[in-house]
Design a protein around this ligand. Sequence first.
Ligand SMILES: Cc1cc2nc3c(=O)[nH]c(=O)nc-3n(C[C@H](O)[C@H](O)[C@H](O)COP(=O)(O)OP(=O)(O)OC[C@H]3O[C@@H](n4cnc5c(N)ncnc54)[C@H](O)[C@@H]3O)c2cc1C
Length: 406
Amino acid sequence: MKKIAVIGAGASGLVAAIFAARQGNDVILLEKNNICGKKLLATGNGRCNFWNEDQSLVHYRSSNFDKIKNILNDTNREKILEFFKSIGIEAKIKNGYYYPFSNQASSMQKALILEAEKEKIQINTNQEVTDIKKINDKFEIYCKDRDKIISDRVILATGSKASPKTGSTGFGYEICKKMNHSIVKPLPALVQLRGAEPFFKEWKGIRADVSITLYENNQKIAQEKGEIQLTDYGISGICVFNLSGRVARGLEKKKQERVEINFLEGLDIKTQDEFLVWVNHRDKILKNRTIAELLEGVLNDKLVKILLKRAKISGQLKWKELEESKRENLAKNIIAFSFSITGTNSFEQAQICSGGIPLDEISSQTMESKKVAGLYLIGELLDVDGDCGGYNLEWAWVTGMIAGTN
Ligand SMILES: Cc1cc2nc3c(=O)[nH]c(=O)nc-3n(C[C@H](O)[C@H](O)[C@H](O)COP(=O)(O)OP(=O)(O)OC[C@H]3O[C@@H](n4cnc5c(N)ncnc54)[C@H](O)[C@@H]3O)c2cc1C
């Protein structure tokens, strides 16, 4: 029996502690919040989207991308899905997204705590770890307001710097740095994008179903589809979040980041020619309408005003009165509305971080640090970030399970 200290009782730490205890070890869980799994309660808008049917690795990014497949392999995925059943979580699957059947994130948090209690894990909340030292083959763990704890192994599960109000303030990076690990600079991800365009104030509050394409130094690097929310600083929504990690990394490297929005993606209009055919047809059916009236019923009326203003076209003109170059300009503004991204919102608003401890500094079989024997690194602390859709929790569960088992 070994004494295992798990630092951080978020998604990854709770799972790691349970698996370590199931191996017959003496496990102590140290959490600085007054409850375990505080961030879990906020996941999936309070419903906890904990998994996804689409298991393609395209949903992840890392500076050591090749290592992800060794960790998120079929065996580990099956084991963790069995684990959820073993702690009483039945899944409700909507469009491939898994939620607890109760539709409550608190069910996931409670199920994990109940299991941790059943496994006789010593759960210590209100215990902020301030330092960890390795002395010979033991670890000394220093907390605020209590004597140091001695353990044989440490599992570091303190998360990233995203959403610090839930407890993750970047402590793990400092410890890892002290223990000779390198760090891929953590940047906000799954977060809103900012720009500096004058029309943002006018489009605030509009929602639209779009495709959004990201260009880096004018090269297309990604595309997402879904509902976008237009805000007074830029853009938000899941499709925007999924691009944000790449934008943050690109801006950090001083690359130029630009998006193009197609407001008619939902009608399957992708090219200028398709747009012109569509408007001509509409003009024939809806005779004598002005251009603004032709777009009525398809696009938000506030948005129509902005698009026409940007295309420098009077909405009072009829389609047939518009010269070809103006028609093309209108098409461009509606199906490829382009503007530069100047930044992301901060760690406070970000759901996760891009960056962290590189995967080539840990063993993919055990999650053990290659720098410090007996230290295990898991969850969002590592340099892996996933799309919205359950992918970040999957990473936390699986890495927690591997570390706990080993
Ligand atoms: C609003 C929001 C919604 C999200 N929704 C989803 C979703 O639906 N699906 C999905 O897959 N992902 C979602 N995520 C991302 C997901 O929650 C995280 O990727 C995941 O929780 C990371 O788990 P973790 O265990 O690595 O870190 P965390 O869950 O952040 O846990 C780290 C824990 O360590 C504790 N800690 C930190 N420092 C110390 C210290 N010095 N001493 C003691 N304890 C410490 C913290 O208090 C915290 O409890 C969401 C995130 C946010 C913010």
